[in-house]
Design a protein around this ligand. Structure first.
Ligand code: CMP
Length: 468
């Protein structure tokens, strides 16, 4: 008893402490019984039975103490990987059965054999669960924290007990599956052998769209999706010539099992917007005959270009006729929230006027937003007008509707309305100053240009006379 209490005091492991305490109690009971047997003046047959109980208590106390103290780490409050509670209990029971057979011999066997049959029959179901639980712990088809599919139910394992395994579904419900059911069922473990999981999304695309174009648009659209594992390749496969569309299957990898629906949603949404911009159609069922253009106009998805131009600050001084001319040079494009519109360092040959939504200007290596652009603002003018790579990244903060104007389009606009170039260059110069200020910490290879040379360069680039 003193030893059991000493072990309890010496260890920080809660399991050892609890079990040592149980053994100490058993030894105390043993001592109490010993006194009773010697001094109690009991009848002979009662003494015989008590002596038997006496030895059982001592044997169990010793085995419990030795196994617990021998298997578990004393200096850490955890259980060894290969000996979870269920396995430790099984070892104690097995050793006790052996000791009972050897030490207590027949007397015990006879009593336990009858008892075992009775108990065994009564606990048939429970014992089935118990051994299945033991098998699960030894075989380890899953551990606590793994995502599994058992008997058609998906969830994260939150606990394995003698009787049942607890699984928490993505909806937050707790499912308790008896271990014997688990032992019979096929188990899918999504967290083993690696936590990476492949998800599939299918999309139907018009027969008119060339497959390589479709694949390129899909790949670019989902490249930035945050929950996709970037270390694994994305597969885009053409899987079916279906009734009204060509079916593509997109396979992506993730380590976020619980986010699978959100990842599929992200992939589908990005593809939708990218297809719209690229003019690739996701067809309606062929039973319905729709004139695509009429439908698009009727729904007012794209505002008339002239209306959008009126809202833009740089074109605010233009007359209606001039706006009509400008509108010939622009096309409407749509970006979904979170999508990158231009990327720092890329070649750029067009500028954008923001008609609807907000966009953020960011610099590589900086967490802060350089500027927030709103409806009526323009961007992308720097590359368009100087031929230099994009100076910053612009990302759609909300869904954005934009007018895209190419270099040739802008040249035509300037020919019709020459004053515009000064306004654009003014803005561009102050933005350039802001950029230089932000980049002050990084030594710049190219010294900032002064406004007059900037303007001359723009005019040269657009093949405009320098005095215009
Ligand atoms: P461009 O270099 O073609 O591509 C990135 C665009 O970000 C750039 O053109 C500008 O239109 C825009 N931009 C750069 N710096 C700023 C800033 N300080 N404020 C607002 N917009 C900016």
């Amino acid at each position: 008893m003193a030893l059991a209490l000493a072990i309890r005091g010496a260890s920080v492991n809660r399991h050892i402490r609890n079990r040592a305490f149980i053994s100490a109690l058993l030894f105390a009971a043993y001592a109490g019984l010993a006194v009773l047997l010697v001094r109690g003046g009991l009848a002979a047959d009662v003494i015989g039975q008590l002596r038997f109980v006496h030895i059982v208590i001592l044997t169990f106390g010793v085995i419990n103490l030795v196994v617990t103290a021998g298997i578990n780490p004393w200096r850490a409050d955890r259980l060894p990987d290969h000996f979870p509670t269920i396995v430790q209990d099984a070892i104690i029971i097995a050793l006790f059965a052996v000791a009972a057979t050897v030490v207590l011999r027949r007397e015990f066997l006879a009593t336990t054999a009858v008892g075992a049959v009775v108990i065994g029959l009564a606990l048939q179901e429970t014992l089935g669960n118990l051994f299945a639980g033991l098998a699960i712990e030894i075989e380890k088809p899953f551990r606590v924290g793994h995502w599994v599919d058992v008997a058609g139910r998906e969830g994260m394992v939150t606990g394995i007990t003698w009787r049942a395994t607890k699984i928490r579904t993505k909806a937050g419900n707790l499912i308790v599956v008896p271990n014997s059911v688990i032992a019979r069922e096929t188990i899918t473990n999504f967290s083993e052998p690696t936590p990476q999981l492949r998800l599939e999304v299918e999309v139907g695309v018009s027969y008119d769209a060339p497959p390589n174009d479709v694949k390129a648009v899909i790949a670019a659209a989902i490249a930035d999706e945050p929950l996709i594992d970037p270390s694994r390749d994305v597969d885009i496969l053409m899987v079916d010539y279906a009734a009204s569309a060509i079916t593509y299957r997109i396979r992506v990898w993730t380590t976020e099992f619980a986010a699978d629906d959100r990842i599929r949603d992200g992939v589908r949404s990005r593809i939708y917007y990218a297809f719209k911009r690229a003019g690739i159609m996701i067809p309606y069922p062929i039973e319905v005959q729709v004139d695509g253009n009429q439908m698009f106009a009727a729904r007012g998805l794209a505002r008339p270009v002239v209306e959008s131009l009126k809202a833009a600050e740089i074109f605010s001084t233009l007359a209606e006729g001039q706006l009509q001319d400008v509108s010939q040079q622009a096309r409407t494009v749509v970006y979904g929230a979170g999508e990158r519109i231009v990327r720092e360092g890329d070649e750029g040959s067009s500028m954008f006027v923001l008609c609807r939504g907000d966009a953020a200007v960011r610099l590589a290596g900086s967490q802060d937003e350089l500027a927030r652009l709103r409806a009526g603002d323009f961007f992308g003018e720097m590359s368009l007008l100087t031929g230099a790579p994009r100076s910053a990244t612009v990302v759609a903060v909300s869904d954005c509707e934009l007018l895209e104007i190419t270099a040739e389009g802008f040249r035509q606009i300037v020919l019709h309305a020459p004053t515009i170039i000064d306004r654009v260059v003014d803005t561009m110069t102050s933005r350039r100053d802001e950029l230089d200020r932000q980049r002050a910490s990084i030594p710049s290879e190219v010294p900032p240009e002064s406004a007059p040379t900037f303007l001359a360069r723009v005019r040269r680039f657009l093949r405009l006379s320098v005095t215009m």
